[in-house]
Design a protein around this ligand. Structure first.
Ligand SMILES: Cc1cc2nc3c(=O)[nH]c(=O)nc-3n(C[C@H](O)[C@H](O)[C@H](O)COP(=O)(O)O)c2cc1C
Length: 156
């Protein structure tokens, strides 16, 4: 079976995801590789593209936040997908007791410690253990599908 990179990207992108921003002590970046992994213990997994993000600095304190974005936070997702060194100061946020940055106006956030990290080629898979969580709103989620932002239409 033969396929090119464009076809591979389109096939992978056919799996619609939510959008989150991973933050820690000083900065953050947009992710859609988040997945829940286990309830007992409460684990999640996501990946960091090592050539783009300084994963050593990001994981320096051994804890981090996953901020789940709402449909009105497309601009936040775009900002945190840039190399802007000052992105955190451009959004409303607060700081947790563990000194992690938490974004305002999200659907929910979870605070985690690093349970395990696994190097695979140019990515590091991070398994996080949930230590705290807060659900903020029942707004609609931001969706990413085939390289475009989308929103859901709920049946109510
Ligand atoms: C929708 C979307 C999903 C992304 N998912 C990931 C991801 O799961 N892991 C990752 O390392 N980068 C992901 N990125 C790319 C990073 O957000 C991007 O490389 C960012 O510039 C990194 O910021 P930094 O250089 O300040 O670390 C994603 C980007 C977008 C737009």
């Amino acid at each position: 079976m033969e396929f090119n990179e464009t076809e591979l990207k389109k096939a992978f992108g056919s799996f619609a995801t939510g959008v989150a921003v991973a933050t820690s002590h000083s900065s953050g970046f947009t992710i859609n590789s988040f997945s829940s992994l286990s309830l007992k213990p409460p684990l999640i997994i996501f990946n960091i593209y090592k050539t783009e993000t300084d994963h050593v600095d990001f994981l320096k304190n051994g804890s981090f936040i996953i901020n789940f974005l709402s449909s009105d936070q497309e601009d936040v997702s775009k900002l945190f997908a840039t190399k802007d060194s000052d992105k955190v100061s451009k959004v409303d946020h607060f700081v947790s007791d563990k000194k992690n940055i938490i974004l305002n106006d999200t659907l929910a956030h979870i605070e985690l410690t690093v349970f395990q990290q696994i190097d695979i080629a140019d990515h590091v898979l991070v398994i996080g253990e949930v230590k705290d969580l807060k659900i903020h709103s029942d707004k609609e989620p931001l969706i990413y599908y085939r390289s475009k932002y989308q929103t859901l239409t709920f049946d109510v």
